[in-house]
Write a protein of this length. Structure first.
Length: 339
């Protein structure tokens, strides 16, 4: 088993930095697109064997140091009966978004072991095929709530923020309900065999400082405390993480995944060496010529040289039109860097 990723998460890695990339399994890969021609996105993550195959693709093609389960952050709203489908060029669509307090109070308490059994089956299917750690994941309560209210992606989150500010009591009821489901969901993933977890708060950057602490950080902390196995390492990814860095460190995650708006050395000066740092290459660097990608990767690695808790990653996910050779160049540059 390649343990570089887990060693770095434990801040005891004395070898090269491990590398994996957010959205490393996806539309930029011809192998993925070939499968996608036959199935909808929903069918792909709901079918354990297909989800396993897609999860394995970047490991087999590039030799990443960790795999991340092919799934979606919105499986909980789907399990709550709100309906979910994906529209090409648009993204996720929640078919029955929340409109009133009554909608929140009417949300069921689903049997997640049954409704999300395809996730645990995919983990079971993957485990014997992997020689690297498998990362499970979920959406953070605030981000998941925003989709449930907006009905899909929204950069302004106008409806969500209006609800949060005008009716905070019901908004917190929603966040608590999602948190309870999320804790159960992550515990199911742990029991099925994942080696680590990442929590995605993709829309945290829409929040002001006080609202971030109240509506995001508090629930991230509750999730962390609710895991039955406290030895499973947890990484927090918040878009806008460089702004909220010290707050995220307060709840003592095992790792913090950084956006590209902060210098890594500066981040390390704020974050204790007992918390791993992950990131933080600007994904758009992958559009650059290959020699530029090599240099940018080298610069980040040089900045974190001898840091025992550093994991190389992007500041956000790979985009669908990025070149396979660009990703290969990135991975090879990390592996060839002399510590």
């Amino acid at each position: 088993m390649n343990t570089l990723f887990l060693d770095a998460l434990a801040c005891r890695n004395d070898s090269r930095a491990p590398v994996w990339l957010m959205r490393q399994a996806g539309r930029y890969l011809p192998e993925y697109r070939k499968i996608r021609e036959k199935y909808t996105f929903t069918e792909m993550y709901r079918h354990p064997e297909i989800a396993s195959e897609v999860t394995l693709q970047p490991i087999q093609i590039f030799g990443m140091d960790a795999a991340i389960l092919f799934s979606d952050i919105l499986v909980i709203p789907e399990a709550l009966g709100l309906g979910l489908h994906f529209k090409d060029g648009v993204g996720p669509i929640i078919e029955r978004p929340l409109l009133t307090d009554v909608d929140i109070d009417s949300l069921p308490k689903p049997e997640l072991a049954e409704s999300l059994s395809y996730v645990t089956q995919a983990i079971d299917h993957l485990s014997p095929q992997l020689d690297v750690p498998l990362i499970g994941f979920c959406g953070a309560p605030f981000t998941v709530a925003s989709y449930m209210i907006e009905g899909g992606s929204s950069r302004e989150l106008k409806k969500t923020k209006q609800w949060m500010l005008r009716n905070p009591k019901s908004f917190h009821r929603l966040l608590k309900h999602i948190t309870t489901c999320t804790i159960e969901y992550l515990n199911l993933q742990i029991e099925a065999g994942v080696s680590a977890l990442q929590i995605f708060d993709s829309w945290a950057n829409a929040l002001g400082y006080a609202q971030f602490r109240e509506c995001s950080l508090n629930y991230l902390s509750e999730i962390r405390k609710g895991l039955k196995n406290q030895n499973i390492p947890v990484i927090l990814f918040c878009r806008g993480s460089s702004v909220f860095l010290e707050s995220l460190a307060e709840i003592m995650p095992d790792g913090i995944s950084l956006d590209w708006n902060i210098n890594l050395k500066k981040a390390r000066s704020v974050i204790p060496e007992t918390i791993a740092l992950q990131g933080n290459l600007d994904p758009d660097i992958l559009y650059a010529p290959l020699h530029v990608i090599r240099q940018e990767v080298t610069d980040l690695l040089a900045a974190m040289k001898n840091d025992r808790g550093y994991i190389f990653n992007l500041g956000h996910g790979i985009k669908p039109d990025m070149a396979v050779d660009a990703v290969r160049t990135l991975v090879d540059s990390v592996k060839n860097f002399s510590r």
